[in-house]
Design a protein around this ligand. Sequence first.
Ligand code: BGC
Length: 720
Amino acid sequence: MTIGEGVDPRNGIDDADRRARHVEEQMTDDERFSLLVSVMGTNDVVTVLDERIPEDVPMSAGYVPGVPRLGVPAQLMSDASLGVTNPGYRPGDTATALPAGISLGASFNPDLARVSGSLVGKEARHRGFNIQLAGGVNLARDPRNGRNFEYLSEDPLLTAVLAAESINGIQGEGVISTIKHYSLNCNETNRHWLDARIDPAAHRESDLLAFEIAIERSGPGAVMTGYNKINGDYAGDNAVLIQDVLKGVWGYPGWVMSDWGGTTSWECAIHGLDQESGLQIDMMLWQNEWFVGPLREAYEAGRLSRDRLSEMVRRILRSMFAVGVDRWGPAPEVDMGSHHGIALEAARQGIVLLANTGILPLRPESTPHVAVIGGHAQLGVVTGCGSSAVVPPGGYAEVIKVGGPGAMGVARNLYLLPSSPLTELRRLLPGAEIEFDAGMSPAESAAMAARSDVAIVFGVTVESEGFDDHDLSLPWGQDAVIEAVAAANPRTVVVLETGNPVSMPWRDAVGAIVQAWYPGQAGGQAIAEVLTGIVNPSGRLPVSFPADLSQTPRPRLPGQGTPWGTPTTIEYTEGAEVGYRWLARTAQRPLFAFGHGLSYTTFAHTDLEVSAGDTITARVTVTNTGDRPGVDIPQLYLTEAAGDRRMRLLAFDRVVLEAGETRRVTLEAEPRLLARYDGADGTTGTWRIDEGTYEVSVAENAGEPGLTASVELKARAFGR
Ligand code: BGC
């Protein structure tokens, strides 16, 4: 495996390894230890600037001094799930605010992931950040998880393919990317005291498979561990996951850093952790800076070996050299105008048209009078909050303090990015009279809807790390407003700016539902373009939308409602059967299936041919049968494997077709998705394909039968 391959061919794996060894050998122990901890700049939670951070250093989420005499630059980290963040919130330090990760997931578009990653890499480099805390790949196991908006999907393959391209985009600019949060950091409730329990083999077939494939395809310089425990051991202290799986079975050569506040003892170093992150948060949570005093003492006392210390340092240096953060020239110019264009295109491709009775696209001639209701649509679009929040050029349109319990309560805000759907609709429908109602009271909103030709109601949520949603309803009584509006005018369009599914009690009463996620700094324009038909929606759901929580593996979320800090255990008993896999296993029909998304044109799939060898390859003809250009996303699913009914997304493609155009598409299955991980401990086994009949389908989404075929596979075992 190589890290940062393609950045600079003269610095391949051997050279980076050799240089890392050579430089490390020349270091003093003080220099070695200085590389093992990062200190956080100021922010809502850390309010005093740590004296270890020099004054001329840009504010960062993590700062590690360099060793100039040996050509080792300082490490400057910022978050990057949705663009380059602004740790410390300096007003002038702005960056392109991209749509949420889950919106990128909805694009099913690896090229878009790469372009967005490259944007992040360029802007990071321009601001002096050489490490991006990007690559969030935790699977959306629970529709209440407050961080699903930062992640990509509920499916390991889709997540891995997109994360890999995003990491490749970042590292292609000479900036290190992490992949995070390793692993099973799938709920936020009591996250520092949470034991996430799972069958180890099922873990390999789900969350770990997403990490495995993404790491293989992109070689991220660092892996960030999660906050939670996995099967009893904290993620940062988890020898099974870090040493046995990541560094052992997968041969990962980069370094492993903790999350901020995720180093729970100096012994994490013995169990594979190479760097303690955000010291101040460890001080707050565990009253210690583990890799400063205690680790040094352990070293002096012979409890940390010199070899292990050297290895920790070499892993860090190796990634720095392989990606090239030591070879930066002058900061590149960044074209913020073209980056705005990328944010716009990303928002367009992420929007999912969930339902449409024919009311969309809006036709100017039949909509002279439009009511726009709620969601602060007169100001902008919502973005998620927490460490991933990006300050866009010009700053936020508004920040509404929300608050909440626990350490993250002070940072819980409703951030509005300045792309107002109301303004954009007025621009695109110049002949229409467009009124705005704040959506405060059902009666008031209904009155405006009743006197309009069409009502567009916005439903928004505030989602954040540190919090899980308590149910699937919209907050602040928005469901009641939508119900009243729909009762007053059936020509109602609901636009959802949420990072998670919502239950939509009003779904049968409205004319159309548009899932816009948190659509980023150009989101208002993208929403208006989709509503008016300038853009044909092409997003597909990267998560299942359950009808209600009873359809999910955990109708009740353990720990929910307890005070922050309560020890909590979540048994992920669904194992590898996450999302649509669970729904298929339990024969349940969700509200909207994984992969679902409508278009203003129609598509047909014909002539499915399937062949089998080491894997399964499907060929299918995709035709745009409608009268306008559009994008189809054919999905290849496994539905039964040698007598075992199990559903797996095996491959997908994103096919752009003119009206009437036809294309033959090839979909090849990732073999590990045809296999089971055979090894109860999750480390010493192998991938095993059983001999027998394999049934597959090519479908528009996971809830449809699609075109089906079956093939015979021979038994084989491969990999570890
Ligand atoms: C988050 C990480 C983030 C880190 C640094 C933590 O709260 O969990 O995802 O990278 O902060 O900002």
